[in-house]
Design a protein around this ligand. Structure first.
Ligand SMILES: Cc1cc2nc3c(=O)[nH]c(=O)nc-3n(C[C@H](O)[C@H](O)[C@H](O)COP(=O)(O)OP(=O)(O)OC[C@H]3O[C@@H](n4cnc5c(N)ncnc54)[C@H](O)[C@@H]3O)c2cc1C
Length: 369
């Protein structure tokens, strides 16, 4: 049996960020924490790969160079489509940067190791059991004991169920995606990403996306569909059919659900706190990489405070998160998604939402000039 102070379950952006932020605050954490990852990097990961400034800033605070030394496409123009209506958002700084997710995560994992994080790959956690002084963590490589466990095991992980009441907070979005070489007739301008909300009138609570991607030094496209399912009683939109209509040349996509953040849900219980997708992703766009990286920073501060005070109840963790820029970001996205995806199927509110989108984009574009 291995005993550590902090055991992080999941070596994706959220778990690696929590470990890196602890070490950044105090290098002595290297001997006190362990990250368990069931896969081996570079692992397959279904994702649009769009990393927004909230994640970039979390990496910059850790001393990462920017741009990261990886293939990437900065997106300076966002096109938001609603039938014939297009809102264009332009920015001097990238709105977000598109990476190939397996490469991004493998880079973060290698960098975490280089900085002293103990990362064990190929170890899957099977069960979590409360123990008098923390948690017993049962894995397929034996048992671990930890004073604090960080649930960074993503949307399909096991830690979320140990904290969140699924009867009250179980909102899960559906996503389908496919990555292909850029089609020859693709007229997406350089450094532009497209979000098409046209299918909202047909029951989609989300959008289809088209992101530019560089893979093996060639132009690729990451294309997919996001359905937030905020209005759970509404009929389910036919995602594969809508995706085929949007991109007739697309090969069969792959799918993955993500759980959505709510400001009302629990995020911790004694000795156990959630970060990243285990806590919930942004309900408006399904964004989670940047939030996962920012979550790690907040969790690291909460863990350091818990050991300082010898109090592992994590009573203030949710409050700490909600008061942070990340908490405000996620709460705003949650509030907009909650109203917009309920109202958007109706014509009049949809028009109002698009007027607001035009006005906000005009203001942002004016400030950019
Ligand atoms: C199709 C799709 C497109 C998306 N596009 C975007 C996008 O463009 N931009 C964006 O910001 N977000 C996007 N997201 C969301 C984003 O992928 C997630 O929010 C992000 O991966 C969250 O990071 P994480 O570290 O919390 O979880 P993950 O990246 O899922 O990492 C969790 C890790 O835990 C490991 N793990 C799981 N269970 C166990 C276990 N029992 N034991 C040990 N290890 C375990 C997994 O192997 C994994 O490595 C998309 C999601 C999907 C599905």
């Amino acid at each position: 049996m291995t005993t550590v102070d902090v055991l992080i379950i999941g070596g994706g952006p959220a778990g690696l960020s929590a470990a890196l932020h602890l070490l950044h605050a105090d290098p002595r954490w290297a001997a006190r924490l362990l990250v368990l990852e069931k896969a081996h990097h570079p692992r397959p990961k279904l994702c649009g790969g769009g990393l927004t400034p909230i994640g970039k800033n979390a990496l910059r605070r850790l001393g990462f160079p920017w741009p990261l030394p990886l293939l990437q496409v900065p997106v300076f123009t966002g096109r938001f489509v609603n039938g014939g209506d297009v809102v264009t958002l332009q920015s001097a700084e990238p709105l977000f940067t598109v990476f190939h997710r397996p490469e991004l995560d493998a880079y973060l994992a290698a960098e975490a190791r280089r900085r002293g994080v103990m990362l064990q790959e190929g170890v899957a956690v099977r069960r979590l059991l409360p123990a008098p002084e923390g948690w017993r963590v049962l894995t397929d490589a034996g048992e671990y004991r930890a004073r604090v466990v960080v649930g960074a095991d993503g949307s399909r992980g096991i830690t979320r169920n140990a904290v969140i009441d699924r009867r009250r907070h179980h909102a899960a979005a559906r996503l389908l995606e496919s990555i292909t070489p850029a089609p020859e007739d693709d007229r997406l301008p350089p450094n532009t990403a497209c979000f098409d909300f046209s299918a909202v009138r047909r029951g989609l609570q989300g959008y289809t996306w088209r992101f530019p991607l560089r893979l093996r030094n060639a132009p690729y496209r990451n294309r997919g569909i996001y359905d937030a399912r905020i209005a759970r009683k509404a009929p389910k939109a036919p995602l594969p059919a809508l995706l085929r209509e949007a991109f007739p040349d697309l090969p069969p996509p792959q799918g993955h659900p993500i759980h959505l953040f709510s400001p009302f849900q629990r995020l911790a219980r004694p000795g156990l706190l959630l970060v990243g997708d285990a806590a919930g992703a942004d309900p408006l766009f399904g964004e989670g990489i940047g939030p996962a990286l920012a979550f790690g920073e907040i969790a690291a501060a909460a863990i350091a405070a818990a050991f300082r005070r010898n109090d592992f109840a994590f009573r203030g963790y949710r409050r700490r998160l909600l008061a942070s820029p990340l908490g405000r970001y996620l709460t705003l996205r949650w509030a907009v998604a909650w109203w917009a995806y309920r109202l958007a199927p109706h014509r009049a509110p949809r028009r109002v939402i698009w007027w607001i989108a035009h006005a906000l984009a005009a203001y942002a574009n004016f400030r950019t000039r």
